[in-house]
Design a protein around this ligand. Structure first.
Ligand SMILES: Cc1ncc(COP(=O)(O)O)c(C=O)c1O
Length: 380
């Protein structure tokens, strides 16, 4: 058994060896600037356009509607600030859900300091937004609605199509943060009616520091960065060719294996849950939607067990997360669980376990043994 067992795929994923193989020539050999017209420049330009097509297949859009960014945070910033700055003469009201990632919430809070008005739509006990609440929050000056596709902590999947329909009916731009859903569940931007969508490479077996913003044809948003003409002037800066090639390959693999991976991650998660339920012998509660949930995510509360103590005691054997791992140095009750009305005791005993395409049965069985033994110790 390779220790520790990694069960924190929502925090980040390892790079797929096939992705790494695709990137290596661009690390070792192809160094040309894609903006240069000589051969080694053009080769890299072609590689970028190939990657753009690979990403477009994953979310079913036109390659021209894809721009490469530095990751999910930049994509969310670009989408929301881009719409806000372009439309400030039309209105300054923004709607977001209460359980967005900080890469959306903090953008909204920044805009609030700069004269914009934000409405955070509540969620139910499963972490789901009611589309009717979104509709109620709309005002004549609403310019953008941003609701994440799937939540990073509890995995709840939002009724995106219904919310997008409401936005469309009211001529409001709709953005979704799909950082956690891309590569795990099907995304069809056309079917869902999405205007802007964010993806991050490191959640789908590509490297960190690369991402995508899908901008539907015809949607006007101002730049986040200003500079030269890369990405048709929409995202200046010499392209992260290595990351782009990796993300393209990762999207190609994700498209090909989507249903198999989905099934596998779910099977691993269920094996873990059933195992823990049987072995723990104490009350355990699952947070998030019972059905509309990412196939890999298990947010689970063990009665009378402090989640930080649990995660810390098992960290040499199994890696899991308390709260949301990308910013877990900030110790506080998770705003997501708070918004779901989870009581303080339960929130303090919640861990997030997330499986991935490399998770094995052996790993899960080992994790069940380690977690349940520690939970038993801590709860008595
Ligand atoms: C839902 C969600 N949005 C955005 C981000 C930020 O993405 P990145 O790390 O690529 O900036 C994360 C990272 O965990 C996330 O889970």
């Amino acid at each position: 058994m390779k220790n520790p067992v990694y069960l924190d795929y929502n925090a980040t994923t390892p790079i797929d060896p096939e992705v790494a193989k695709e990137m290596i020539p661009f690390v070792e050999t192809y160094f040309g600037n894609p903006s240069c017209s000589y051969l080694i420049g053009r080769q890299n330009k072609d590689a970028i356009e190939k990657a753009r097509k690979q990403v477009a297949v994953l979310i079913n859009c036109n390659p021209e509607e894809i721009i490469f960014t530095s990751g999910g945070t930049e994509s969310n910033n670009h989408a929301i600030k881009g719409v806000a700055f372009t439309n400030f003469h039309k209105g300054k009201h923004i709607i977001a859900s209460a359980i967005e990632h900080p890469a959306v919430i903090e953008v909204c809070e920044f805009l609030k300091l700069n004269g914009y008005d934000i409405s955070y739509v509540k969620v139910d006990e499963f972490g789901q937004v009611n589309p009717a609440d979104v509709e109620k929050a709309i005002r004549p000056d609403t310019i953008i609605i941003s609701v994440m596709h799937a939540n990073n902590e509890v995995g709840t999947i939002q009724p995106i199509k219904k919310i997008a329909d409401i936005a469309k009916k009211n001529h409001i731009i709709f953005h979704t943060d799909a950082v956690q859903s891309a590569g795990k569940i099907k995304i069809d931007v056309q079917e869902l009616g999405i205007d802007l969508l964010s993806v991050s490479g490191h959640k789908l077996y590509a490297p960190k520091g690369i991402g995508v913003l899908y901008i539907k044809k015809g949607i006007q948003i101002s730049n986040l960065l200003h500079g030269a003409g890369q990405e048709k002037g929409r995202r200046p800066g010499t392209e992260n060719i290595i990351g782009i090639v990796g993300l393209g390959k990762a999207c190609e693999i994700a498209s090909k294996n989507l249903s198999d991976n989905n099934k596998h991650m779910k099977e691993m998660r269920e094996r873990l849950y059933q195992g823990l339920k049987k072995a723990s012998n104490i009350d355990i509660k699952v947070n998030g939607h019972p059905e509309n949930r990412l196939p890999n995510t298990l947010s689970i509360s063990f009665e009378k067990v402090d989640s930080h103590t649990l995660a810390s005691l098992i960290k040499n054997d199994v890696l899991i997360s308390t709260g949301s791992a990308c910013h877990s140095e900030i110790e506080d009750i998770s705003p997501v669980l708070k918004a779901m009305n989870v009581d303080l005791m339960t929130a303090g005993s919640t861990v997030r376990i997330s499986t991935g395409k490399y998770t094995t049965r052996k790993e899960i069985d080992f994790a069940v043994e380690v977690i349940s033994k520690t939970v038993l110790k801590l709860s008595h």
